[in-house]
Design a protein around this ligand. Structure first.
Ligand SMILES: Cc1ncc(COP(=O)(O)O)c(C=O)c1O
Length: 390
């Protein structure tokens, strides 16, 4: 049995770049600014709640415990003015990743097309492929002011008779772009004209910085979109608990039921002991969310200062945990080579963004740094990076 046992359609998906770069960080003792996980704990109220509710050791309901579903709906109403029913219009999932996968597997027939914006989060391509669907990427490119944008004609051309859904991530990883209301309005019009669904990944919904061109707007809140949008988020980023993998999807009952139907046979349920604690976290006062954002913004500024001093051309990051940098001024041409060499040169790990594109050329000269790390870690990384220009 020498043949690769993996199904043919998954063979293009090797070890993820995060695994490769995190292993490199470990083996070289480098500071890992590659993977987007915080190095501090989430809010004490949430962590204390785990201890208080720690006896929930059996299967929770398929859609999630009522307290969490109510908290998810209340949080969406408080911050985004959305109005969903906790009974039937929300389902708890194993992170946003499972919600995205279940939505694609549940909505796409083989050959159906998914319009998405590249660079994209790496699980999207794998889930689309697992479903036998086809991705139709629209490329985000930095404009003259460094802000990433897409070409309207390219987006229009991506729609066709087999388009089933638009998969939109805003605030956007890895670019730090926050889609503007005008861009969202165009996407909404095209969804309605072509009668397709929208699936939105909003895991960074609370991480939009005060100098962003515009605030975050959920696509579901635009006219005509509530009835065709599945909105996905998770606790991982907002409450610094990426390992908990508590996510959710909200939307019209039929779309939520589609996710639940697939989830039923993937994981059935998840994170029973953690669900009550996430309900507590979602109900924290506004100051928690604004303080969290301000803390990240300060760390972004520290890292951007360091990267600029090191000689990178840093692109504006309006939100998320990430900032992208152009390696051209440092003589780099290929981000993957650059990132593989970075630990030996200065003891810092970043990830090449080209791996998030179908059209890799568009991102060849760009690499991504995560700033969701303690200030002293960022300062040390910035110090090390100055070696590049010496
Ligand atoms: C855009 C995006 N979506 C989804 C996820 C994963 O979310 P979760 O851990 O809740 O599955 C990430 C994590 O990096 C992300 O950046």
């Amino acid at each position: 049995m020498t043949r690769d046992p993996l199904v043919e359609r998954m063979r293009a998906f090797g070890t993820t770049i995060f695994t490769e770069m995190s292993a490199l960080a470990l083996s070289t003792g480098s500071i890992n600014l590659g993977q987007g996980f915080p190095d501090t704990d989430g809010p004490a109220e949430m962590l204390d709640a785990v201890a208080r509710h720690g006896l929930a050791n059996q299967y929770p309901p398929l859609y999630g415990i009522p307290a969490l579903r109510t908290a998810i709906v209340g949080h969406e109403r408080r911050f985004w003015g959305l109005d969903r029913d906790p009974d039937g219009e929300v389902v708890v999932t194993a992170g946003a990743t499972e919600a995205v996968a279940a939505a694609i597997l549940g909505l796409c027939e083989p050959g159906d097309e998914v319009v998405c914006f590249e660079p994209y989060y790496d699980s999207y391509a794998a889930s689309i492929t697992l479903a036998g669907a086809v991705r139709r990427p629209v490329t985000l490119r930095p404009g003259p002011d460094g802000r990433y944008r897409f070409d309207e004609d390219e987006l229009r051309a991506a729609f066709g008779p087999r388009t089933r859904m638009v998969l939109l991530n805003s605030p956007h990883n890895p670019t730090g772009k926050v889609f503007t209301r005008a861009e969202l309005t165009l996407i909404a019009e095209l969804c309605q004209e072509n009668d397709v669904y929208a699936v939105t990944d909003e895991v960074y919904e609370h991480l939009v910085f005060t100098d962003a061109a515009e605030p975050h707007v959920p696509l579901a809140s635009l006219p005509g979109m509530g009835e065709r949008t599945l909105r996905i988020s998770s606790a991982g980023k907002t409450f610094s608990c990426t390992g908990w993998k508590v996510g959710w999807a909200t939307g019209p009952a039929a779309l939520v039921a589609t996710v639940a139907r697939v989830k039923q046979f993937l994981t059935f349920v998840n994170a029973g002991p953690l669900q009550p604690a996430v309900a507590v976290a979602l109900g924290l006062p506004d100051e928690y969310f604004s303080g969290f954002r301000a803390g990240l913004q300060a760390r972004r500024d520290r890292l951007v200062g360091g990267l600029t001093e090191a000689g990178f051309a840093v692109l504006p990051s309006e939100g998320t945990y990430f900032v992208t940098a152009d390696i051209t001024p440092l003589g780099g041409t290929d981000g993957a080579d650059f990132c593989r060499g970075l630990p030996a040169r200065c003891g810092v790990v970043a990830v090449p963004t080209q791996v998030f594109y179908d059209h890799q050329e568009a991102g060849r000269h760009l690499i991504r740094f995560a700033f969701c790390k303690r200030e002293e870690v960022i300062d040390e990384a910035a110090q090390r990076l100055t070696k590049l220009s010496r």
